[in-house]
Structures are given as structure tokens and as C-alpha cells.
Ligand binder design. Structure first.
Ligand SMILES: *Cc1c(COP(=O)(O)O)cnc(C)c1O
Length: 460
């Protein structure tokens, strides 16, 4: 069972055990569906990035792309492990602030940052803003002219996000380096050059370098290196700027099934770093600091989803549907990208697989299928199904479709389970609804209070 990564194993009762806690105990104590994270494995993944980059002797930074799994406990862990933090919205910024994450180690991304979000970032003293487009540049310049800046006299660090014009070998929905992308300044058509000129006209902004993120779930260094070659080829035609940072983005792939052959982080990272070093040396340029932004590769393999089996439907000669108590509301990836997963019968994990079943969710969509063909021992109602490698972009993309409460999240380590997100209740699900018979018209005051309070310095 190659997907038993980190501390996960099958115990002597034949039960899947993660972080020293058996899956059946977790399900009894916290209910299902349940997200379970192997905390030691998350930390090990982070340390691998540090270890490899330190050994290569490069100036570097690793920022956790928290959109993969953005909760307070994970942001705190990222801080403990010496990571910077990538955020892509006011809500992620807010999560960082309430977690006490140092603002100077926050990098702010996004292709449509609102004026309010930019204001929030400037007020908080966010370390780097990755500028995505010309409208954003105007918004930033206007805010700074109006005096919205907490670091009096200190310029704001910006990187320019460029699309180098390479196609990452991955699903179209998660490929972001091609010219025709909603993200970034296009290198080939001269937008990067123009953006550099414009930033340099704004004295309150300090351009520290360039950013690229060519996609996600990538298994080889080739795309990264092709992008760097494009950039180096274009450098002589760009205005002079101090190129202190080259941010290479995230995108390191993981295995979601036994069939996927993802290279270890060490291998991909070394291939990229050595390749980049060599290309800069060949082109005669000093190597800038190399920044990385892993999301999936930090949390993906550490996360499991535990489901309880309910109904089973047999279509003789066609298939057997095994329905679990969650589905596309806690993992939209199969429906969204055709993502593939495998499953383990967590409570009888040593029994031989004798049947191939379709693991379906409980939501009212025929497309709510988690796994088309899962090889499992004979499954009975009440069994526990565990889906590995669901730590990234599953809980983060979860919804209340069909008014299902979102699952709880636990971190397990050394035989202890800690609840880090409590399960939603029905009351949570309806908490923003207002009755037609409410006598006022309602207002948005409550929602905007968060930001108002922040701007007054409550979390500054
Ligand atoms: C999503 C994203 C990442 C993280 O991607 P992973 O594939 O999860 O590593 C990094 N940088 C940017 C700009 C992103 O949008």
C-alpha cells in the first residue's frame, strides 16, 4: 500500500492508524466525514524544503500557499516551521492576522485584489505584494498617494507576476503559465517590460524581482526551467531593475493514487535549483534569491478523509455503488477536474481486495462520485472508508451544498488527536439566513465590521 505515507500504517487490529491514533477511534470521537492530518508528515515536508535549499547554499524563502488548506492551526504550524505565507484574499489575510503570523512574512497574491484588500495589506505591513496586472498597479499607487501605508516612509516591496508562455504538463484548470491566462503580465508581448517601467515611476514601491507560477500538480522540472530560459532570454530587453528575487511559485505534484508516480520533493527541488543555477551562470547573471510557494506538496499527502459507508446499490453486471456520508461538498476535485483517488477500508484494512466498487457521495448530483473504481474488500454499511492524499484543495474548497455541514478537522501526532476545526452544526449552516418577515431590510454592517476593526488597529 504505497499511499501509506508518514506515520500512517495498519495496526494489529487491522485498522488504519494515523499519527498513532486508529481511524475507528477517530470516527467514534469526532464523527464522519472527518479530515485527519498527520502533523509530523506536514512538518517533515516543510523541513525537506529547508534542508535541500540550505544544502544547495542558495538564498531562499519558502512560503506556504495557504489556499491549499487555510486554517488557523496550519498557519500557526507554518510560522513554527519558519515558512513565509502566501495569501490570495482578504479572508486568508485575516486568518493570518488572527493566527499572529508576522505580516512582514506574508506575500499577497491574486489577479483581482480589491481596493479594500490592498488597503488591508498596506495597513498591516504585508511583506511583499505580488502585483498581477496594470489595474492593480494603479490601485496600489492611488492608495499610497492617499497615504494608506503603515510603514511610514518605507517603500512597499513588490514582485511582478509574469506569465512566461510555457504550458505546464497538467490539467488545463491548474495550468497558469501560458500566455492565455487570467494571471500575470505576459512576457512575450512586452507587458512585463511596461510593468517594470510603471512600478519604477512610483517611488513608494520597491520592485524586488519577478514571480512565476506555471501550474499545479507538476512532476518534472522541465516546465520551470523552460520558463526560466524564456525569462533569461528576455532580460536584455527589459528595463534595468534590481533583480533580487526570482519567485518560482509552487506546483510540486503529489501522488493521489498508486498509479501516479510523483517524484520526491527532494528530486524535483534539486532539479529545479541546479537547473536554475546553471542557466543563470550560462547567461552571465548573478543568481537572485529563489523563492518557492508550495501548497499541495506540504499538506496534500498528510491529509486523509474518513467516511462512514451508508447505502450500497448493486447493478448486477454494471457496478456496485458504495455511498458515503460526504462527497463533492468536502472534495470537489473529482467532479471539478476528474481528479482520481484511491480508498482503503479503514476498519478492515488487511483484508484482501475482492471487489471493484464506485465510491459515491450523498449529494444530489450524478457527478458526485469520489472514486470511479476502488478495489476494496467486501464493503458493508457502517464500514469506514479512508481516502488518502486529500489534504490539499479538499477542505479548502468545501461547500454547504445540499446544506451539509462541513466536516471537522483533526491533527494527529504521537497518539494524540487535536480538534483544529470543529464540525459545523445545522445552526451554523443557517446562521446567515434572514427571515422574509424580519422587520428591517437588513444591512451589510456586520460583515464590514471585521475589516473596520482591523483598520482601527485591533489586530495590527
Ligand atoms: C496555488 C498557488 C500556489 C501553490 O500551488 P501548489 O500546486 O498547491 O503547490 C503557489 N503560488 C501561486 C501563485 C498559486 O496560485
Amino acid at each position: 500500500m504505497p499511499l501509506l505515507k508518514g506515520t500512517s500504517h495498519i495496526n494489529d487490529r487491522g485498522v488504519l492508524t494515523i499519527g498513532g491514533v486508529a481511524a475507528d477511534r477517530l470516527a467514534e470521537r469526532f464523527g464522519t466525514p472527518l479530515f485527519v492530518y498527520d502533523e509530523a508528515l506536514i512538518r517533515e515536508r516543510v523541513r525537506t524544503f529547508h534542508r535541500v535549499l540550505q544544502a544547495e547554499g542558495v538564498d531562499y524563502d519558502v512560503a506556504y500557499a495557504c489556499k491549499a488548506f487555510c486554517i488557523r492551526a496550519m498557519v500557526e504550524l507554518a510560522q513554527e516551521e519558519g515558512l513565509s505565507l502566501d495569501v490570495v484574499s482578504g479572508g486568508e489575510l485575516y486568518t493570518a492576522f488572527i493566527s499572529g503570523f508576522p505580516p512582514e512574512r506574508i506575500h499577497f497574491h491574486g489577479n483581482n485584489k480589491s481596493v479594500e484588500e490592498l488597503e488591508l495589506a498596506l495597513q498591516a505591513g504585508v511583506g511583499t505584494i505580488i502585483v498581477d496586472n496594470f489595474v492593480e498597479l494603479e490601485r496600489l499607487a492611488a492608495l499610497i498617494r492617499e497615504g494608506t501605508c503603515s510603514r511610514q516612509g518605507q517603500p512597499v516591496n513588490v514582485l511582478l507576476r509574469m506569465t512566461p508562455g510555457v504550458h505546464a504538463d497538467t490539467h488545463a484548470y491548474i495550468s497558469t503559465g501560458q500566455e492565455d491566462s487570467k494571471f500575470g503580465f505576459d512576457l512575450g508581448s512586452g507587458q512585463v517590460a511596461e510593468a517594470i517601467r510603471r512600478v519604477q515611476e512610483i517611488p513608494e514601491l520597491r520592485l524586488t524581482g519577478l514571480h512565476m507560477h506555471i501550474g499545479s500538480q507538476i512532476f518534472s522540472a522541465a516546465g520551470y526551467l523552460a520558463a526560466v530560459e524564456r525569462l533569461l532570454g528576455a532580460l536584455p530587453s527589459l528595463p534595468q531593475f534590481s533583480f533580487d528575487v526570482l519567485n518560482l511559485g509552487g506546483g510540486f505534484g503529489i501522488a493521489h493514487t498508486e498509479a501516479e508516480d510523483a517524484p520526491p520533493i527532494e528530486t524535483l527541488l534539486l532539479d529545479i535549483v541546479r537547473g536554475v543555477k546553471a542557466r543563470f551562470a550560462d547567461a552571465g547573471y548573478a543568481l537572485p534569491a529563489l523563492w518557492f510557494e508550495p501548497g499541495r506538496s506540504i499538506v496534500g499527502e498528510a491529509g486523509w478523509t474518513l467516511y462512514r459507508v451508508g447505502s450500497i446499490k448493486d447493478l448486477p453486471g454494471v457496478r456496485r455503488y458504495v455511498a458515503v456520508d460526504g462527497g463533492m461538498s468536502d472534495n470537489i476535485r473529482p467532479a471539478l477536474y476528474g481528479a482520481r483517488y484511491t480508498a482503503l477500508l479503514a476498519n478492515r484494512a488487511r483484508e484482501a481486495a475482492t471487489e471493484t466498487v464506485t465510491v459515491a457521495g450523498k449529494l444530489c448530483e450524478s457527478g458526485d462520485v469520489l472514486i470511479e473504481a476502488a478495489d476494496l474488500p467486501p464493503v458493508r454499511p457502517g464500514d469506514l472508508i479512508a481516502v488518502p492524499a486529500t489534504g490539499a484543495y479538499a477542505f479548502a474548497m468545501s461547500s454547504n451544498y445540499n446544506r451539509l455541514p462541513r466536516p471537522a478537522v483533526v491533527f494527529v501526532r504521537n497518539g494524540k488527536a487535536r480538534l483544529v476545526v470543529r464540525r459545523e452544526t445545522y445552526a451554523d449552516v443557517v446562521r446567515f439566513d434572514r427571515s422574509l418577515s424580519a422587520d428591517d431590510e437588513g444591512s451589510e454592517d456586520e460583515a464590514s465590521d471585521d475589516v473596520g476593526a482591523f483598520l482601527k488597529g485591533e489586530w495590527g
